[in-house]
Design a protein around this ligand. Structure first.
Ligand code: NI
Length: 171
């Protein structure tokens, strides 16, 4: 296992549409292991390939809500096949935009089709925090960030705060 560097807002890889995975080889398994390692170290609950500079449709999620309950999942080429009409509003952050948080509206439940790192198909329904985390990470695979899903005014405020945080970082 090895940690990879998390790329931050401003890196063009975060805006690219990630490529479908068609080889379920050792490189893919290593990428998945490294992504878990990187996510746990950063204390996040989800991470997408582009966030470690790999423009491939790979994501990892682990909500870690209950100690001892293994909720970790790695999804390849995930696709949302159904969204609930019911909408949830919850604050979101992103490891590629540390220090920023804003309430984002998203469907409360979804159905997902994907394959696991061995290429076996998986399909399931998710709701609440898991549905939110998956939608956030799948957005990353399409070059979309949570800041794109808030009002223009809130986005402007987020970008202002980001510039301020970056300036502080440079000092
Ligand atoms: Ni994110």
């Amino acid at each position: 296992m090895a940690r990879r560097e998390i790329v931050l807002l401003g890196d063009p890889v975060l805006r690219r549409e990630a490529e479908e995975v068609d080889r379920f080889d050792d490189d893919l398994k290593k990428l998945v292991r490294d992504m878990f390692d990187t996510m746990y170290h950063a204390e996040g609950i989800g991470l997408a390939g582009p966030q470690v500079g790999v423009s491939k449709r790979v994501l990892v999620v682990d909500l870690r809500r209950d100690e001892g309950v293994d909720e970790r999942m790695a999804l390849i080429n995930p696709r949302i096949t159904w969204f609930s009409d019911e909408i949830d509003k919850q604050p979101e952050g992103c490891l590629s935009m540390p220090g920023l948080e804003e309430v984002v509206q998203r469907p409360r439940a979804i159905e997902v089709d994907a394959v696991d790192p061995d290429g076996r198909p998986v399909a399931f329904e998710a709701d609440e925090l898991l549905a939110r985390a998956l939608q956030h990470e799948i957005d990353h695979l399409d070059g979309v960030l949570f800041s794109d899903r808030v009002s223009p005014l809130k986005r402007k405020m987020l970008m202002k705060k980001w510039k301020k945080l970056q300036a502080e970082e440079d000092n």
